[in-house]
Design a protein around this ligand. Structure first.
Ligand SMILES: Nc1ncnc2c1ncn2[C@@H]1O[C@H](COP(=O)(O)OP(=O)(O)O)[C@@H](O)[C@H]1O
Ligand SMILES: [Mg+2]
Length: 473
């Protein structure tokens, strides 16, 4: 369809015009026909009234003529009437013999007229009418009336008048009608242009904004002027633009953070490698550098695997499925390693695990990642005292809690702990880490519909991480 290739503006204009013109033409034809009929009927009716009025004037002269007198009185009456009322006249007897006529009507050489339709009609209905060309070819209306005297029909009186004035009147009315449709059409064009504008202008600006965004201006927003569908579209666009901007911002800072995190250990590696290549390096120093190199490589490997894990979760490749069936045993298994770590560091490690825990709605691997992160943090950020794990199940919900007596954090830091690469000032430079562990924990939990919260009474007051998990409905 060609319409689809046009702009909305043109399409609206064309459709509006088509509807308006079709409507106008139909209206014009219907109304025009009524006007024409009414005008012609009125004209004919007018002449018939005239004919009725004047025909009576002929009764007496006709009687006299039929009695044998000459036709002078008929011609006299006709002359007077033509002067006063107008029209042309003809009068015939019952056998269509011409008895009188007004000048220049074409009856000069005629004795007897043929049976024209109006004469036939007048004989049966008293009055008859017909429209046909006269002898000069002009359309003419003929009205015939039977003239009677004392109820005896004497003859027929015919009044004729050219139709041209009536036709002129009809033409004038048609022109008036056409004239009235011009302002309507103008109104339709203006209205369609306006409507097209209200639709196409915002779409145009939407398009421009989308284009600007595509070229990198992520802060582009549309001004919303209306509350209709287009306004809603603009609002949605702005919402989308905001989301994209945040996403891009997060992405960019993520990449620069990751690069930054990798650069430091790479620098260390480079320096240590250079030092090792020096000759005559004492054996103990050599040993130290090699240990540091191993540590940095471990650190980098950990960072890279954390990054890969996050990428997998972000890309939606990490499927939240599986269940821990022997919950208590699995927890004890995970704990074993961390109990040794804690005790090696001189910390107490306590656990309170409900003995009859049901199946836990999380894959064993994910549970291990989550607890490894929380427990390693608790041990890492605690120098004295205790690390504790408790797991309970009430009303279908699991609660896992990891608490310690370590460095703690300020209340305002609580919400940031789960941000990627976030590390509090208390720990930065003091403890190794990359700030990705807790964000991995949160991403995994999000997939299972779980929640995690961090609480601390303040710096040096220890920390509590509480995790809640309910089976998916
Ligand atoms: N048990 C804790 N006690 C105090 N602060 C913590 C604890 N666990 C995490 N944090 C804070 O949250 C930050 C982010 O933790 P995490 O994502 O595991 O990264 P990382 O341990 O590598 O620094 C830590 O740097 C630290 O500031
Ligand atoms: Mg950590």
């Amino acid at each position: 369809m060609i319409l689809h290739r046009l702009t909305i503006r043109k399409r609206i204009l064309i459709i509006f015009l088509m509807v308006a013109i079709t409507g106008g033409v139909v209206q014009f034809i219907v109304a025009g026909r009524y006007l024409q009929l009414a005008t012609l009927e009125f004209y004919q009716h007018h002449l018939e009234t005239d004919a009725l009025l004047v025909s009576t004037a002929f009764a007496e002269p006709l009687v006299e003529y039929l009695d044998g007198e000459d036709s002078s009185s008929i011609s006299q009456v006709m002359g007077t009437l033509q002067q006063e009322v107008g029209h042309n006249y003809l009068i015939v007897d019952r056998n269509n013999r011409v008895m009188g006529y007004t000048a220049n009507t074409g009856y000069e050489q005629v004795d007897r007229v043929p049976d024209t339709p109006e004469l036939i009609q007048a004989r049966s209905e008293h009055i008859g009418a017909d429209i046909r060309p006269n002898n000069q070819g002009e359309a003419t209306l003929y009205v015939a009336i039977t003239v009677s005297y004392e109820n005896n029909p004497l003859g027929t009186f015919v009044l004729s008048e050219p139709m041209q004035p009536a036709y002129d009147e009809v033409t004038r009315r048609y022109l008036e009608l056409a004239g009235a449709t011009v302002p309507v059409l103008a109104l339709v064009i203006a209205a369609s242009l306006w409507i097209a504008g209200t639709i196409s202008r915002p779409i145009q600006s939407l398009r421009n904004s989308a284009m600007r965004m595509a070229h990198g201006a992520l802060d582009t927003r549309i001004q919303v002027h209306s509350q209709d569908e287009i306004g809603e579209l603009a609002n949605t666009f702005n919402y989308m633009a905001g989301q994209i901007e945040t996403l891009m911002h997060t992405q960019r800072s993520f990449v620069s953070n990751a690069a930054h995190e990798l650069r430091t250990p790479l620098m260390t590696l480079k320096l240590r490698a250079e030092a090792l290549s020096e000759e005559a390096l004492p054996a103990d120093e050599q040993e130290t550098y090699l240990r540091e190199i191993r540590q940095e490589v471990d650190h980098m490997a950990e960072l890279v695997s954390s990054l890969l894990m996050l990428a997998r979760i972000d890309e939606g490749r990490h499927q939240p499925n599986g269940t821990v069936t022997d919950t208590v045993a699995t927890l004890h298994d995970i704990m074993r390693h961390w109990r040794i770590e804690a005790e090696t560091k001189g910390l107490r490690f306590t656990a309170q695990i409900d003995p009859d825990l049901p199946d836990l709605p999380m894959s064993p691997n994910d549970l291990r990642v989550v607890l490894d992160n929380l427990l390693s943090n608790a041990i890492k950020y605690t120098t004295r005292g205790e690390v504790r794990l408790s797991v309970s199940h009430r009303k279908d919900a699991f609660t896992l809690e990891v608490s310690d007596t370590g460095v703690g954090f300020l209340p305002e830091q609580g919400t940031h702990l789960f941000d990627r690469f976030y590390r509090s000032e208390q720990v930065r430079g003091q403890y190794a880490g990359n700030g990705l562990g807790l964000s991995i924990v949160q991403s995994i939990l999000n997939h299972y519909g779980g929640r995690i919260e961090a609480h601390s009474a303040g710096i040096g007051q220890g920390a509590v991480f509480t995790l809640r998990l309910t089976p998916a409905p």
